[in-house]
Ligand binder design. Structure first.
Ligand SMILES: [Fe+2]
Length: 393
């Protein structure tokens, strides 16, 4: 027990360090900006991920533990209604106090207490919550990349920034791989970590289908734009068309056209579009319209998982989250975890679509074939791309 717990100390500290490393090249002022209601300032991410450990591990573990500042519970609770009141998400950008310096102190304070606790040995339930906190912090690391990109892009000079870019795909031509379908199993199995929403493993029936070996590229998406894809309502879901019109979508987020052609926002500022890289920053609606334009469709999450699990080596994935046509809902037999942690995933199971895979912004080791990411289909600031599927027959 003690040796197992000791092994958690270094992974914990390493994940905590990585959050700070992601921000290393930011200027002070970048930490404070909230560029949209769905974006959080980097300073808030750093405080919130710390609060998670304080609130869900340190306080329950030891009644004598003294929180660094009793106001942080209100400021850095994200959405846990059973824990208490919290600042509205849209107001995270007006929190000039605590200062960034104070948030760094908060991180050190909590890290030191957690390190001591993990070195000493922690009972299994709190150990599991610590692991969840580490996974949670990794999710926020990807969110920080998304938010930093959105924040810096608001600057007219489109400055360079610490968020990753996609690279050219290794596989040249797109090829569809045939899958027999039938009764198959999906969902997490085994002793490794998974989120509650990946459980339980269960049986689903799949009709025979085909899944493309690689995601859609920028060059392929450009053909959809050039063919009037954004002006043809027949290609779009009703909600998608209304959103595209209302927001005047002409291309994926972060694309711009000037006299030299299309450019997109990269870690080095605006650069010519890389045609052979996977398209990213598409909404679910754009992904769906693009698929319809090609005569294909988006895969279901079960089709995606089964193909990757059984034919994995034939597929290229991991640079962009891939939209599926599956609504984010509970698997058959799903149990909401007890206590406030039950709010982590279950209450978001409405009006969102599932994305599978993982992106260049996903921390190393944080991806799984059973991983269920989810966003509302109109959102584009996440690193979301497209993979095509087809029916057979
Ligand atoms: Fe969170």
């Amino acid at each position: 027990m003690h040796s197992v717990d000791s092994n958690l100390t270094e992974p914990f500290l390493s994940i905590r360090r990585r959050s700070l490393q992601l921000c290393e090249s930011l200027e002070y002022d970048d930490f404070l900006v909230q560029s949209a209601d769905f974006v959080s300032p980097p300073k808030w991410h750093l405080g919130h991920t710390t609060w998670f450990f304080e609130n869900f591990v340190l306080t329950p573990q030891d009644p004598a533990y003294r929180v660094l500042d009793p106001t942080f519970g209100f400021l850095f609770n994200s959405y846990y209604k059973t824990v208490g009141e919290h600042v509205l998400k849209v107001n995270r950008g007006v929190l000039s106090r605590p200062t960034l310096e104070r948030v760094f102190e908060y991180r050190q304070y909590v890290d030191e207490h957690l390190r001591r606790l993990l070195d000493k040995g922690v009972e299994p339930a709190l150990r599991a919550t610590t692991v969840l906190g580490m996974q949670h912090e990794q999710q926020h690391q990807e969110l920080m990349c998304m938010d930093i990109k959105h924040i810096l892009y608001q600057n007219p000079h489109r400055p360079a920034g610490p968020f990753p870019a996609t690279a050219q795909l290794l596989t040249g031509s797109a090829a569809f791989i045939e899958m027999h379908g039938g009764l198959v199993s999906i969902g997490h199995a085994g002793d490794g970590f998974c989120f509650d929403n990946e459980l339980p493993r269960h049986t689903v029936f799949l009709q025979p289908y085909q899944l493309c070996n690689r995601p859609v590229t920028n060059g392929e998406y450009l053909q959809f734009i050039d063919d009037g894809g954004y002006r043809n309502p027949a290609l779009w879901l009703s909600d998608g068309w209304d959103t595209a019109c209302a927001q005047n979508w002409q291309a994926p987020l972060y694309w711009e056209r000037d006299s030299d052609g299309w450019k997109h926002y990269t870690p080095n500022g605006m650069m010519p579009l890389v045609l052979d890289a996977p398209v990213q920053h598409t909404s679910g609606y754009e992904a769906d319209a693009f698929a319809r334009w090609t005569g294909a469709r988006l895969p279901t999450e079960a089709e995606w998982e089964w193909a990757m699990e059984t034919q994995g080596s034939g597929f290229e994935w991991g640079q962009v989250w891939e939209w599926t046509r599956s609504a984010y809902a509970a698997y058959p037999g799903y149990r909401v975890p007890a206590g406030s942690i039950g709010e982590y995933n279950s209450k978001f199971m409405s009006n969102q679509w599932v994305l599978r895979g993982g992106s260049v912004a996903t921390p190393p080791g944080h991806t799984r074939l059973t991983y269920r990411n989810f966003y509302p289909p109109q959102m584009r600031w996440q690193f979301g791309g497209i993979r095509l599927a087809k029916d057979i027959g």
